[in-house]
Ligand binder design. Sequence first.
Ligand SMILES: Cc1cc2nc3c(=O)[nH]c(=O)nc-3n(C[C@H](O)[C@H](O)[C@H](O)COP(=O)(O)OP(=O)(O)OC[C@H]3O[C@@H](n4cnc5c(N)ncnc54)[C@H](O)[C@@H]3O)c2cc1C
Length: 382
Amino acid sequence: MDFELSEKEMLLQKSVREFAENEIPPKMEDMEETGEFPVDLLGPMGRLGITGVITPPEYGGVGLGYMARTIVLEELGRVCAAMPMALQVHHMACAGINDFGTEEQKKKYLPPMARGETMGVVAVTDPSGGSDLIGMQTRAEPQKDKYLLTGRKCFITNFDTSDFWVIIAKTSEGSKGLSAFIVEKDAPGAKVGRKEQKTGLRGSNTGELVFDGVELTKDNLLGQEGGGLAVAIKTISETGRLGMAATALGILNACIEEACKFAIERELYGKSISALQAIQWHIADIYADLEIARLLTYRASCMKDQNMRFDPESALAKSFACEAAARSAKKAIEIHGSYGIMREYAVQRLLRDALVTIPAGGTGEIAKIVLSRAALSKFKKR
Ligand SMILES: Cc1cc2nc3c(=O)[nH]c(=O)nc-3n(C[C@H](O)[C@H](O)[C@H](O)COP(=O)(O)OP(=O)(O)OC[C@H]3O[C@@H](n4cnc5c(N)ncnc54)[C@H](O)[C@@H]3O)c2cc1C
């Protein structure tokens, strides 16, 4: 077990921190107001290697892996958590195509995504199938030599800033009845629907995708017909949950910084409130949440890089980090007194952002199902 970052990872961390501190703050007011992701930062992120951080070099990426990706998302999230939210879903599309795509699909989609010229999406959720994937009603009806895609996906990140979509749809019934497709956004019958106005993570676009008889061929299939559940589960549990854990980790970094700075500066009774034990306990709790979330998220990232199975570890990292971020942001607000709920102070945004991370990528209850299944299977009667 090695707790040191490699030289490459430290360099990456430094360059992403500089990028995040210089490039994101001038955009943040606009992101909060309009709820729009700053697409003009995609190119610079491509040049920095972070849109293609997990994409192998043969497909135009830098191939640094998941630990490096976690560092990238954490650093961006420390400044503004909407940035890693959008980027992590883009990475999910990269991972899905890299893991399940044909050579032709990889060559077509991965290099421009790595350069930050195009953006991707993985769209699983639909109104009747959130946690219940099999319950989805978006259908790709098999015809003679094509499929007809009809339905609606909801809560989709990057829905209108992306160039193509990885869609999971029903091609028949049951767990082998789901299939994954790559759908171009200008395909006839495909359109973006309603944009959601979220409480937090405002600068990452979330909304609907609508399909009305979109004609797809076998070339659009990602993986095998009937293999959509595997595409969804692998991309969500390995890339999506880790991505949300790292996003929440970014928020926790911001919580400890904002809480400590305010506590040191604010004076009451003729001294800094950081001298009050009640404030110190809040700070200790935030610090503990940050350190535990970081250990869990880094461990799961290393397991992914070592090709180990890590479903419970990623579910635990995700659910712990997102709940911890919400809990810690609330404590950071309390340290600020009434200042904490004022728009000028970052802590109110941290709480709004943290709350939105909780369902994204799978709810806490679904994480508990993964954890209890892992624990019970260890003690199963033979
Ligand atoms: C900011 C954001 C971004 C998102 N981005 C994407 C995206 O890019 N792509 C995408 O496909 N989806 C995306 N989602 C959707 C997200 O993955 C779903 O919202 C999530 O999986 C939960 O589904 P649901 O909202 O339909 O809740 P439901 O599944 O309806 O759940 C409602 C409640 O029931 C509980 N519940 C459900 N099943 C069980 C069970 N078996 N046991 C116990 N309790 C249960 C849930 O935990 C929850 O409390 C995003 C969501 C958000 C908030």
